[in-house]
Design a protein around this ligand. Sequence first.
Ligand code: RB5
Length: 144
Amino acid sequence: MKLAIGSDHGAYELKEELKTWLKDHSYDFEDIGTFNGERCDYPQVAKTLAEKIQAGTADRGILLCGTGIGISIAANKFDGIRCALAHDHYTAQMSRQHNDANVLAMGGRVLGPEVAKDVLQAWLTTDFEGDRHQRRLDQIKSFE
Ligand code: RB5
């Protein structure tokens, strides 16, 4: 599984922490920026990551901004993107089991790094259950 991870300035430090965790756990990932703490616009980060998933150069993605809200709203504008904003373990698990979320969003001003790592691990290690949930995803897809 190839991952992409991106953030705006509001979560730059969290992105760096999560990159270390991903490396330590042998995940294959690409950092799509931002590459410093200077102010930038989260929609552009969401666009870059969404287009990587659409092109198949990333399988799943992690998007971070101050709250996770703006970047998740932006990502969900792109066809095929199912971005879940999750700040707890249960929501992260359910976003995989029921929603097949292919992007996880979190807020760097909301979560400390240890909770964010727990949320990320839950999201990375939980599989989609399919069945009736696939029917609902097909309905969502038909709205695109
Ligand atoms: C940037 O200040 C902030 O608005 C952004 O990181 C995010 O929280 C938006 O939803």
